[in-house]
Design a protein around this ligand. Structure first.
Ligand code: XIL
Length: 365
């Protein structure tokens, strides 16, 4: 009899405790920042139902992983392909999410026709500006009032702080940066506009990004935020340098966003995230194909805690933390920079379970 009461009392206490806990990521972080994820096409169309359900349940913000990049959305000069982007926006609206568009100006996954004329020669400066304007006006204009923030320019600055040579820089010159922000603002005056890049804790890059924010503001242009991509590994970035960048960008009066967060659990091949920089498969670089040993998993958990705690410490500056994908199964890091690896970089495992280290944050709420 006594034992039964004890059991019942324990059960009641446990229920009381569980009731106090958050049950979803978006509930856990609701007073801190939007918690977002990138969405791939099977998730958008709810073909990968398990993952789309996780997105709907756990996340308060979404960004398109690929379907709004120029090669996808604007594959030919006079042809746009909006089916996937339309479905992406509809998904976000259905679930009341903050929707970010990614990305308007980027050297990678750039529609191949963009800088060339019909004879295969580079177009004139005037024509390149006209194409830039037409592309931005059409894409931003289509989702006016619905997409709340845009990664206007992606990865324009190298780690040493110099401007990356791209068809935009080559043909238009440095002015392409301000033109892109100007055209985006004209197409949707209410939308937030962001600069987004990787390796944002590199001191030289940090300085150049700060300069870019200042230049745009000095010209009276709108820039609302800086996106720190947050592609990380077990040995980079340095947390102190990362924190300095959060503080430096925030000091310019713009929002800071962790836009593409994932932590590779595998041996580091490449820091940063230049997507064309790949190597061929090597068995030695794929040590956890059959699963992660407990020790490696705990080291990864600790890395998550370090950065999650940093984001929470600066939640007054950070408006959004977005994971670059939902489960380990569909992360791009299984195939970049080396194809065919088994990586463990995201917040949900291959069986669609929230990882224990994230459960810790739910339990605290
Ligand atoms: C990646 C996608 O995740 C992959 O599916 C695609 O094959 C290549 O691009 N920086 C960015 C993202 O801004 O758009 C990239 O996404 C990763 C690096």
């Amino acid at each position: 009899m006594k034992q039964t009461w004890l059991l019942l009392a324990t059960a009641a206490m446990l229920t009381a405790c569980t009731e106090k806990h958050a049950t979803t990521l978006k509930e856990a972080f609701q007073h801190d920042f939007y918690i977002g994820t990138a969405m791939n096409v099977p998730q958008i169309f709810e073909i990968d139902k398990a993952e789309s359900d996780l997105v709907a349940t756990h996340f308060s913000a979404i960004v398109a992983e690929n379907c709004m990049k120029s090669e996808e959305i604007h594959p030919e000069k006079d042809r746009y392909f909006f089916d996937e982007a339309d479905a992406f926006v509809a998904f976000g609206e259905k679930h009341g999410m903050f929707i970010t568009g990614h990305t308007l100006v980027w050297h990678s996954q750039l529609a191949p026709w963009f800088p060339y004329d019909e004879a295969g020669n580079k177009v004139s400066r005037e024509e390149m500006i006209a194409r830039l304007k037409e592309h931005i006006s059409t894409v931003v204009g289509r989702y006016k009032g619905r997409i709340k923030g845009w990664d206007v320019v992606n990865e324009a600055i190298l780690d040493d702080g110099s401007l990356r040579m791209t068809p935009f820089l080559e043909i238009i010159g440095e002015e392409y940066l301000e033109l892109a922000f100007r055209f985006a603002h004209e197409a949707d005056p209410e939308a937030e506009l962001y600069y987004n890049d990787y390796s944002m804790s590199s001191p030289a890059k940090r300085e150049r990004v700060v300069q870019l924010v200042r230049d745009l503001k000095a010209k009276g242009l709108r820039i609302d935020g800086v996106g720190m991509q947050g592609h990380m590994g077990m040995d980079y970035p340095d947390v102190a340098e990362f924190e300095k960048s959060i503080e430096a960008y925030a000091a310019e009066g713009v929002k800071v966003m962790i836009t593409e967060w994932d932590i590779s659990a595998l041996p580091t091949i490449r820091q940063g995230a230049e997507i064309s920089d790949t190597v061929s498969y090597m068995q030695a670089m794929n040590p956890y194909a059959e699963g992660m040993p407990a020790e490696a998993e705990e080291a990864w958990n600790e890395r998550v805690r370090t950065f999650m705690d940093l984001f929470l410490k600066h939640s007054d500056k950070i408006s959004r933390v977005t994971a670059w994908g939902v489960t380990d199964r569909t992360s791009w890091l299984n195939n970049w920079p080396m194809p065919g690896r088994t990586n463990y970089p995201l917040l949900f495992d291959r069986e669609n379970n929230l990882k224990p280290v994230m459960q810790e944050y739910l339990n605290r709420k």
